[in-house]
Structures are given as C-alpha cells and as structure tokens.
Design a binder for this molecule. Structure first.
Ligand SMILES: NC(=O)c1ccc[n+]([C@@H]2O[C@H](COP(=O)([O-])OP(=O)(O)OC[C@H]3O[C@@H](n4cnc5c(N)ncnc54)[C@H](O)[C@@H]3O)[C@@H](O)[C@H]2O)c1
Ligand SMILES: O=C(O)C(=O)C[C@@H](O)[C@H](O)[C@H](O)COP(=O)(O)O
Ligand SMILES: [Zn+2]
Length: 358
C-alpha cells in the first residue's frame, strides 16, 4: 500500500493507494470517523459495480450505511441534486460525528463534497475515487462544487477530505473513453510540473488504455497535487497551475451543453490551444505545442474543439483566475514547467479568436 500525507495545518489527511483497498474501507474509515453513520454517495453505474462491497466493508466495521445513488453525469452537479442529498442526509439523521463518503468519479466527489461541506456546517468527508480522473486529480485538494446555470463549478468550497482511498483495480471496469479522459489530467501533471513524467507518457506503451506502471503514475500525480495544495490551498497563486487548459476546457464543456465532450477531453483540447498561444506570445519553447498535441492524440483525446469568440468571452468572464479586466493565464515555459502570465481578457480573447496556425 502506498501512503501520502497531505499536510494542511489542522486538516492533515492520508491518501492510501492499493489494489483491493475497497474491501478494507471499513477499518480505514473507522480510524478517522467517530460516529456510527455513513452516507455513501455514488452513481447509478458505480453502485452495481462497487456499492455493495463498500457498504459491506463499512457495515463490518460497525457503521450504519445509507446509500444515496445519483444519476451518472455532469448534470448531477446541480442545485437540485444537492438539495436531494441534504434531504437524504437529514432523513438518515446524520450528525457532525458521522461522515459522507463519495464512491465514484469527479461528479460524485465534487457534489458529495460540497454537500458534506455545507450540511450541518460541515461533516467529515471521505473520497473513494473510482475513475482515473478522480484518482489522479479530483479526490485530492479539497475543491468541491456544483455547476450553476451561469457556468461550471460556480458554487463550491475548499473542503479537504479526511481520507482518500484509491483502489486502482476499479480502473479495470472503466470504459476506454473515461480512461482517456483521466489521461488528460495525467498529461497535465507532466506538462506543468514533471518533464520526466511527460517523456515517460510519450514513450509509454498503451495497455488496455493505460500506461505501464499506472499505480506509480497515479501516486506521482497525487504527490504533485499534494505539494502544490499544501503551499496554496486557496488557489491564490501557485495552485492556479493545476488549472492549465481549464479556462478553455470550461468554455468547450458548456458550449456543447456538457454533453458532447467529457471534462478530460475538453482539458486536452484546452491545453493544446494554450500551448500554441504560448508559443505565439513567446512564453513557450517552440515545439512544445507539437509534443503536447502528439501526446493527447496518442491517448485518443481531441487536440482542438470548435468554439465561438462569444463562448470564449463568457468563459473568460466567469473564470476564477480573473481579476477585473485581467486574467492569469496558465502557460507552459516548456514541458514540465508552467508559468502564470497576467494578460488583459480582451487581448486574450483577441488572440483566441484568430485562426489557429500549427
Ligand atoms: N475537484 C477537483 O479538483 C476536480 C478535478 C478534476 C475534475 N473535476 C470534476 O470532475 C468531473 C469529471 O469527473 P470524471 O471524469 O470522473 O467523471 P464522472 O464522475 O462523470 O465519471 C465518468 C463515468 O464513469 C462512470 N464510472 C465511474 N467509475 C467507474 C468504474 N470504476 N467503472 C465503470 N464506470 C465508472 C461514472 O458512472 C460516469 O458515467 C467534472 O465535473 C470535473 O469538473 C474536479
Ligand atoms: O485542483 C485544482 O486546483 C484544479 O484546478 C484541478 C482541475 O483539474 C479541476 O478541474 C478543478 O475542478 C477546476 O476548478 P475551477 O477552480 O477551475 O472551477
Ligand atoms: Zn480538471
């Protein structure tokens, strides 16, 4: 079992990674939760695959468990689903000694985490991520949120989990498209912080949608995120590099109603567009965009998505890295090194509206 410790003063927690760890969820959770009840939030695809196993493990450790099963997909990150969770938690008579456990992908984690952060002004929260994307990214670092009509992730909190349990065996049931989506965030980690990881992904053989040494790669991504979040939990500076490609990704996701592209696909295209733009601005080492494009294509991800200037403009206005008329653009210096670049939103929009030259 691999163990990482996230050290945020007063809210330290462990990330435990192991194949088959789901069956030991009860004993692990028992060490962190005082109370006797666990609201197990999951989705309709994950429940039949892993719900009973996790429920059984928790019950064996003496917990009373209430499964709350939501529809799969981004539309569940909504105010209506949040209200449903509150109702379920209250009818289960959850108290502050009890906990909410998210079993699923980033949608389940973001929604359940926000519900845990706000019900009774905060109850303990445990992440058990079952998608690659959630294992390498969304289960760590405490960003929890729902989407509003106005856009993506607009109501949320920074609310760290008390424990993260990563069972890499869950990846065996993940559809190929979801594996690719997770790989987009893995590529992001290489691109922003780890040139060796970036090269390793370039050279890796793909077996069943994954690179060799997946568990090690999952842990490396969590460790990169851990280090960044420990230094800037509240996203005021350094943490923004984790948002590489995301301003555009959020534009692409909402331009197609969150239906056509997964988050990971949108991130892949967003990163490629920003790498090209970085080269145009003279920030990014020439050739970087080409390498990034080859890498996302290798993992079956799109390197570009059509979007109108209006849709880009809207995303720039809503982006949390914006301040007045300016925004912090996350660009690459070279593969492995991200920089923040302050730019006027109008100037960025003008650059994005130009035809792409490869
Ligand atoms: N909080 C953060 O830091 C953060 C980081 C990255 C992404 N996100 C958010 O995460 C969301 C995307 O997460 P996602 O890609 O995990 O999507 P998701 O949660 O929608 O899961 C993708 C699909 O896989 C299914 N699934 C999950 N685990 C499975 C398994 N083991 N086997 C078979 N099917 C399985 C789900 O039911 C769903 O249909 C987006 O809303 C994004 O904004 C948040
Ligand atoms: O943890 C972070 O910080 C990230 O930016 C990780 C992103 O991969 C993730 O998609 C996050 O939800 C984006 O958040 P937002 O602040 O742009 O809403
Ligand atoms: Zn993301």
């Amino acid at each position: 079992m691999k163990k990482l410790k996230v050290s945020i003063p007063g809210r330290e927690y462990e990330i435990l990674t192991d194949g088959g760890i789901l069956d030991r969820a009860g004993e692990m959770v028992r060490k962190t939760v005082r109370g006797g009840r666990i609201a197990l939030v999951t989705d309709e695809n994950v429940m039949p695959l892993y719900g009973d196993r996790v429920r059984g493990a928790l019950e064996k450790a003496g917990f009373s468990v209430r499964p709350v099963v939501i529809p799969a997909g981004e539309t569940s990150k909504s105010m209506a689903m949040l209200e449903r969770l509150y109702d379920e938690f209250m009818s289960f008579e959850l108290t502050r000694a009890d906990a909410v456990l998210a079993l699923g992908g980033g949608v389940v984690g973001d929604l359940a985490g926000f519900a845990a952060a706000t019900i009774l002004r905060g109850v303990d929260f445990i992440q058990v991520p079952t998608t690659l994307l959630a294992q390498v990214d969304s289960s760590v670092g405490g960003k929890v949120a729902i989407d509003l009509k106005a856009g993506k992730n607009l109501a949320g909190a920074f609310y760290q989990p008390r424990l993260v349990l990563i069972d890499t065996d869950c990846l065996h049931t993940l559809p190929p498209r979801e594996l690719s989506g997770g790989m987009a965030e893995v590529i992001k980690y290489g691109a922003i912080r780890d040139a060796a990881l970036f090269r390793r992904l370039e050279e890796a053989e793909i077996r069943e949608g994954l690179p060799a040494g997946t568990e090690e790669i999952v842990c490396r991504c969590c460790d990169i995120k851990r280090e960044i979040v420990e230094r800037d939990e509240r996203d005021t500076g350094e943490r923004m590099v984790l948002n590489f490609g995301h301003t555009l990704a959020h534009a692409y996701e909402s331009a197609y109603n969150f239906e056509k592209y997964t988050h990971g696909e949108a991130v892949a295209a967003g990163m490629c567009r920003i790498a090209l733009l970085g080269e145009e601005l003279g920030i990014t080492e020439p050739g970087t965009a080409k390498r990034l494009r080859a890498l996302v294509r290798k993992w079956g991800l799109p390197d570009a998505i059509e979007c109108t200037p209006e849709q880009y403009g809207r995303a720039l206005r809503l982006d949390k890295k914006g301040e007045g008329g300016s925004i912090r653009l996350v660009a690459l210096k070279a593969p492995g090194e991200a920089v923040l670049y302050q730019i006027k939103k109008e100037a960025l929009l003008e650059l994005l509206s130009r035809e792409v030259r490869e």
